[in-house]
Design a protein around this ligand. Structure first.
Ligand code: C2E
Ligand code: MG
Ligand code: MG
Ligand code: MG
Length: 290
C-alpha cells in the first residue's frame, strides 16, 4: 500500500508523499464541524457552569469547583472531555476560559450577598494556553475589577504540565495574582512530573490528589502509598491538600486517617447546577450545626 501511495504521489509529479485515508479524512471533517459548532455555541450562550461542592472534615461546604458544560441544541449536555482539548488546539479556549472566569467571578459576587454563602471559595480551571498568555495576569485582574469579586474567594487550578517551562515567568505570574489575593491549587497532582525542589519554589496554596489514586486507595497498596505521600508532601510544604474523586465513605475515612481533610467527589455530590449547589451548601451547613 505504501508503494502504491508513493507511486501515485510520484505520478502526480509532487515531492510530497500523500496518503488517502478515508477514516482520517472523516475525523478531520468531524473536528472541523465540531469546532464550528463550539464557536457558535460560545457565541450563542450555550455554555454554563456546574458547581461541585468541596467539603471539609465535618462535611461542611468550603467551596466549589466550577466545571464548564456545553448545552448543545441537538446533543444535549456535552462533557468537557469532548470539547476542552479541541478548544485548546483551536485557540477557542481563550474566549471560553475568559467566559468561565467572568461567570465564576459574577457567581462569587452573588454569593457574597447570600447568607451562609459568602465564605465559599470558587475554584476555576485554567488551561495551559490561557495561562501562557503574556497578559494573563492583567486578564484576571480585569475580570476581578469588572465583576467586583473578592479575589480571596477565587482559586485558580493549574496542572503540573503547564508549569514545566519558563519557571521564572510562571512564578512571576503566580506571585502577581497572589499579591492580589488569588490562591492556587495544583490539579490532578501526581499524574504529571514535577521535581520536589521545583514544587517548593512555586507559590502554591493547595495540592489536589488526582482521582486516579483515590479510586483504588483501599485496594491498591501503591495508590494508598501515593495518596499518603502527597498528603505528607503537602504538609511539609505548608500547603493544604484536597482529595478529588472521593466516591465512598471508606475512601473518605482512609484519607482522613492519613491527614487529608478536604474532599470533592460523588460521595458528597456530583457537579450541580447553581440552584442545586446553593441548596446543598445550605443543607450541609445546617446539618453540621444541628
Ligand atoms: P478536573 O478539573 O480534574 O475536574 C474533576 C473532574 O472529575 C470533573 O469532571 C468532575 O465531574 C469529575 N469528578 C468529580 N468527582 C468525581 C467522582 O467522585 N468520581 C468520578 N468518576 N469523577 C468525579 P468534568 O466536569 O467532566 O471535567 C473534566 C475535566 O475538564 C476537568 O478535570 C478539567 O480538566 C476540564 N474542565 C472542566 N471545566 C473546565 C474549564 O472551565 N476550563 C478548563 N480549562 N478546563 C475545564
Ligand atoms: Mg480541576
Ligand atoms: Mg482534577
Ligand atoms: Mg482531570
Amino acid at each position: 500500500q505504501v508503494d502504491i501511495a508513493l507511486y501515485q504521489a510520484k505520478a502526480a509529479g509532487r515531492n510530497t508523499l500523500r496518503f488517502f485515508d478515508p477514516e482520517l479524512q472523516a475525523a478531520v471533517q468531524a473536528r472541523a464541524a465540531m469546532e464550528a459548532t463550539l464557536r457558535q455555541g460560545i457565541r450563542d450562550n450555550q455554555l454554563l457552569l456546574y458547581y461541585q461542592p468541596q467539603v471539609d472534615g465535618a462535611g461542611q461546604s468550603v467551596g466549589a469547583e466550577a466545571l464548564v458544560r456545553w448545552h448543545h441544541p441537538d446533543r444535549g449536555m456535552v462533557s468537557p472531555h469532548e470539547f476542552i482539548p479541541l478548544a485548546e488546539e483551536t485557540g477557542l479556549i481563550l474566549p471560553l476560559g475568559e467566559w468561565v472566569l467572568e461567570t465564576a467571578c459574577s457567581q462569587i459576587v452573588a454569593w457574597s450577598h447570600q447568607p451562609g454563602m459568602a465564605h465559599l471559595s470558587l475554584a476555576v480551571n485554567v488551561s495551559a494556553r490561557q495561562f501562557r498568555q503574556t497578559d494573563f495576569v492583567e486578564k484576571v485582574q480585569g475580570v476581578l475589577k469588572r465583576t467586583g469579586a473578592n479575589p480571596q474567594r477565587l482559586k485558580l487550578e493549574l496542572t503540573e504540565s503547564m508549569l514545566v517551562d519558563n519557571v521564572e515567568d510562571i512564578i512571576e505570574k503566580m506571585s502577581a495574582l497572589k499579591r492580589a489575593g488569588v490562591s492556587f491549587s495544583l490539579d490532578d497532582f501526581g499524574t504529571g512530573y514535577s521535581s520536589l525542589s521545583y514544587l517548593k519554589r512555586l507559590p502554591l496554596d493547595q495540592l489536589k490528589i488526582d482521582q486516579s489514586f483515590v479510586r483504588d486507595v483501599l485496594t491498591d497498596p501503591n495508590d494508598a502509598a501515593i495518596a499518603r505521600t502527597i498528603v505528607a508532601l503537602a504538609q511539609s510544604l505548608g500547603l493544604s491538600v484536597m482529595a478529588e474523586g472521593v466516591e465512598t465513605e471508606a475512601q473518605r475515612a482512609f484519607l482522613s486517617s492519613h491527614g487529608c481533610h478536604h474532599y470533592q467527589g460523588y460521595y458528597f455530590s456530583r457537579p450541580l447546577p447553581v440552584e442545586s449547589f446553593e441548596l446543598f451548601a445550605h443543607r450541609s451547613v445546617e446539618e453540621t450545626i444541628h
